[in-house]
Each structure stands twice: as C-alpha cells, then as structure tokens.
Design a protein around this ligand. Structure first.
Ligand SMILES: Cc1cc2nc3c(=O)[nH]c(=O)nc-3n(C[C@H](O)[C@H](O)[C@H](O)COP(=O)(O)O)c2cc1C
Length: 165
C-alpha cells in the first residue's frame, strides 16, 4: 500500500466539473460564475445539491445577494472557458460571460444567468449554508432542470500524489 497525503488524496476521488453562475443576467457588472468540482447531491426529496465555495469568491457574494445560483455541467465544448475564464479569472474585475463569448440566457425560475449550451442546467434556490473548514457549503434546492445540449459531461480528476514527498 502507498500512503498518501490526505490533502491531495481527496482529489483522487473523481469529481464532477461544473460552472456555477449567479447574479443578474442582464447586468454585466452584476453577474458572474466560477468553475467548481466540489459538488454533490445531498438530498433526494427535496432535490438538494451542495457546492463547497471559498468565501473569497465573487460568485459566492452574488449567490448571497440573489439567493440563487445555477449549476452547469461542463462538456468538451465548455472545457476551455471553464478552465481559462470561469475557473481562473475574478468576476470582480471583468464580465466573464463577455470574455468567454457567451450570451447568458435568463433562467426560468430564479434570477440567474444561464449558459444555454451546457448539457445540463440546474436552477437552484439558495436554502442553506454551512461553514466547512476553509470553504462554505452552499446548499440549493433544484427548482428547474433542463438540457442545453446532448454532449457528455466531463469528470474532474487530478492526480498530484506524485508531487508529495
Ligand atoms: C477545475 C477547477 C475546479 C474548481 N473547483 C472549485 C470549487 O469547488 N470551489 C471553489 O471555491 N473554487 C473552485 N475553483 C476555483 C474557482 O473557480 C476560481 O477561484 C474562480 O476564479 C473564482 O471566480 P470568482 O471570484 O469570480 O467567483 C475551481 C477551479 C478549477 C479550475
């Protein structure tokens, strides 16, 4: 057996890859989104989904203000913007949708910007928050769900165990 560093070992659990968006779809200065991998369903009925978000993220600020967010499953055609725009830049300084060349659609049930080409879109109403170490677990009830394309979802898996002595 090979012993692993607990901090990097958790990344060896395959995670989903999503983009979480929040804010006003029509106001470039008041909308944003971030790539997230720490995402899981946490209740069957009601249908709840949780995302662990660092409190410093601009997206977290928008989720708190608008009490809603949307989860977009990332496919191959969204991978580049997920990594280079939504997962790297801060929405405090720029409108990530403009940088990514995405015109956000209006959500159907909550006020949130939607990436219309994502394979799966879950509109969520913020229902709870729990502190968890250096992140906050943000829990949303999925109030509307639909497909934007038939592309396959990507899985997030990062093996950094070899870098740890
Ligand atoms: C593959 C990947 C997964 C990420 N997963 C998370 C996550 O689960 N939680 C989190 O707080 N940040 C995560 N991040 C980092 C945020 O996406 C990143 O800090 C983003 O720039 C925050 O943008 P914002 O400040 O505009 O909200 C991830 C980044 C990448 C590239």
């Amino acid at each position: 057996m090979q012993e692993l560093d607990p901090i990097t070992a958790i990344d060896l659990v395959p995670h989903p890859l999503v983009i979480v968006t929040a804010g006003d779809p029509e106001k470039p200065g008041k909308r944003g989104g971030m790539t997230a991998a720490w995402v899981s369903r946490v209740s069957w009925n009601p249908p709840l989904i949780a995302v662990a978000i660092a409190p410093t993220r601009y997206t977290y600020q928008l989720i708190k203000e608008f009490k809603a967010f949307a989860i977009h499953v990332v496919s191959k055609s969204l991978e580049k913007v997920a990594m280079e725009v939504f997962g790297s830049l801060s929405g405090r300084d720029i409108d990530k949708f403009s940088v990514a060349g995405i015109t956000p659609a209006k959500a159907k049930s909550v006020k949130v910007p939607v990436i219309p080409t994502a394979p799966l879109i879950l509109e969520c109403r913020l229902v709870a928050e729990y502190p968890a170490g250096d992140h906050i677990i943000v829990v949303g009830e999925v109030v509307k769900a639909y497909r934007g394309s038939n592309e396959k979802p990507l899985v997030w898996y990062e093996d950094r165990s070899a870098e740890v002595v």
